[in-house]
Design a protein around this ligand. Structure first.
Ligand code: SAH
Length: 277
């Protein structure tokens, strides 16, 4: 096997991560497989520019969630992947970020394995890494953290996951990155405060990370949920809690427009008071 092994066989399925938005973050394997695929099953978060790489004859099938409309379920997606592979097509399952980070890639890979369909996993840059970089937040910084915690605020059935041990995370997680947390921001912040995090600890909300309309809102655990402007901060978004957030106003390189780093106006002094590097 060569190091850069590109062979997209007919009758196989590739589970490919497309990164969080910026098409420049596609890996070479992702790019080449999108060009080559006969059918692409894609999710809601994907940028149209990425889909435009597909060959003109490729079939593009949306299988993501759209608003509150009933969406196709996971078993149906698994079945589609298997059926199309059995038709001897090159099947691409294209996902936002990384397929194995809160992306149900494991479920799909298992069903392919059980049905003896050849498959390949192409990792992508997960939002919780790339999104932070585009917001000027180093995911690790030696003065601040030696670990990162990724949390999903939604369980498999849409519930608040009982497996999140807020007490333990609160005490031991130096940098917490919450996926799917915007709708549950009150819950996330209040649990963290309840379990001992300083209510003035920094939180960044990064919305539409790595896309042209990326926005970063910086606040603290106590204040962040009150009245943030939903027309500015929208899904998809990440919540980032920890000292590393301090660096965002300094290192933010992606969006030059000052408006795109937002503090609550009346909270800016507060932020500066609590944060001196
Ligand atoms: N597999 C994906 C995560 C899917 S879960 C990955 O590895 O990134 C969906 C959640 O990911 C969203 O609710 C949001 O929290 C986060 N997310 C994905 N793309 C994002 C983006 N461009 N900006 C901010 N958050 C994003």
């Amino acid at each position: 096997m060569q190091l850069f092994d590109f062979k997209f066989d007919k009758g196989s399925v590739w589970l490919v991560g497309a990164g969080p938005g910026d098409p420049g973050l596609l890996t070479l394997l992702a790019y080449k497989s999108i060009k080559k695929a006969d059918v692409i099953f894609y999710d809601a978060l994907l940028d149209d520019h990425i889909l435009s790489i597909a060959k003109p004859k490729a079939e593009l099938v949306f299988v993501g969630k759209r608003g509150n409309k009933k969406s196709i379920n996971q078993l149906e997606i698994n079945k589609l992947l298997i059926n199309e592979a059995k038709k001897n097509k090159r099947v691409l399952r294209l996902k936002g970020g990384d397929p194995f980070i809160f992306g149900r890639g494991g479920e799909e890979a298992l069903s392919l394995k059980l049905n003896k369909i050849p498959y390949k996993i192409v990792p992508g840059t997960t939002a919780g890494i790339a999104g932070l970089a585009y917001a000027g937040i180093p995911a690790t910084h030696r003065d601040f953290n030696t670990s990162i915690t990724f949390i999903s605020a939604y369980g498999a059935g849409g519930e608040k996951p009982e497996t999140i041990n807020w007490n333990s995370f609160s005490k031991t997680s130096q940098l917490i990155v919450v996926y799917m947390g915007l709708e549950r921001i009150n819950w996330v912040c209040s649990e963290l405060i309840k379990q001992g995090r300083d209510k003035y600890e920094n939180i960044a909300i990064i919305s539409n990370a790595t896309k042209r309309n990326q926005k970063v809102l910086i606040s603290n655990l106590k204040d962040c949920s009150i009245n943030f402007d939903k027309s500015i901060i929208d899904s998809p978004a990440l919540l980032v809690v920890g000292k590393n957030v301090l660096l965002s106003p300094i290192l933010n390189w992606y969006v030059k427009d000052k408006e795109n780093i937002n503090f609550f106006k009346e909270r800016k002094n507060n932020y500066e008071y609590y944060n001196s590097i």
